[in-house]
Design a protein around this ligand. Sequence first.
Ligand code: PBG
Length: 331
Amino acid sequence: MTSPTRTLPLSFRRFRRLRRSEALRALVRETRLSPGDFVYPLFVTHGHGVREEISSMPGQYHLSLDQLAREAEELRSLGIPAVLLFGLPAEKDEVGSEAYDRDGIVQRAVRVLKEESPGLVVFTDMCLCEYTWHGDCGLVTVSGEVDNDATLPLLARTAVSHVAAGADIVAPSDMMDGRVAAIRSALDDGGSGSTPIMAYAAKQASAFYGPFREAAESAPQFGDRRGYQMDAANSREAMREIEADIEEGADIVMVKPALPNLDLIARARERFDLPLAAYNVSGEYAMVKAAAAAGFLDERLVTLEILTAIKRAGADIIITYHAKEAARWLV
Ligand code: PBG
């Protein structure tokens, strides 16, 4: 005998039963965001007492070395385990000398941070674009092309200098072919075989980097970066980029930007077993900030929704300028 209620569709209220209170919703929540998921990008600069807001990225600053102890303490108190360092050099030149100078701004910042806060994980971004006057991510030939192979030894030198300063993880963002292998062998030869590499593996030529280029003063002076960064239309190629970096020795792989690439994050998660990072980039941050400032969006809810979606898609590590605010909202 079927009871009369069985005549109702089986799905009757099926989904709503577990949504009746926040306690129930929390119990069955599949994705939990935590401050421990975040890596916070920092822009370090020469000078003293510098704490200058970046106009295109409200709430983000250029910081001089004396500001870093306070920053590290704040991150520690919020439960954010890691930073990713970008440097603004004293001078830019043709070959990006300060990128691999023993006393370059990033090398000095690493030493300060490791001294002040040994438990903080320090990732260093490695690229020539902030250090060259032309703003390209590699050396440029007389005909104006980026010279892939000539750039590799400079990236390797940069990695060795960052690790010598105490960097925990080096992160090449230049998109030259073969750079992970070049960096890996330079580190191994120099006795730094235990330092991991986080490769910006599927990094697209994206208009979402606009605010960062203002922040890092690294806009290309000629042309764009489409000759080496990925075409955002390509998904299979993104998987091949990630695969190549893994073969060359990457320990963590990254998809960047994050929000327009949730499909690539999900695909990479299914396909590869390495830790997967997603970079929630400057333009993604700036959009939220601008919309919130205009009163169009609830900043807290939107930010947490975005970061949760990036994690749900499959990212283990989220590099985000929202890290500090999100950590405060999560407690
Ligand atoms: C350097 C680099 C860029 C970003 C990270 N490393 C800019 C670019 O490639 O043009 C972008 C980060 C962001 O937008 O937040 N190559």
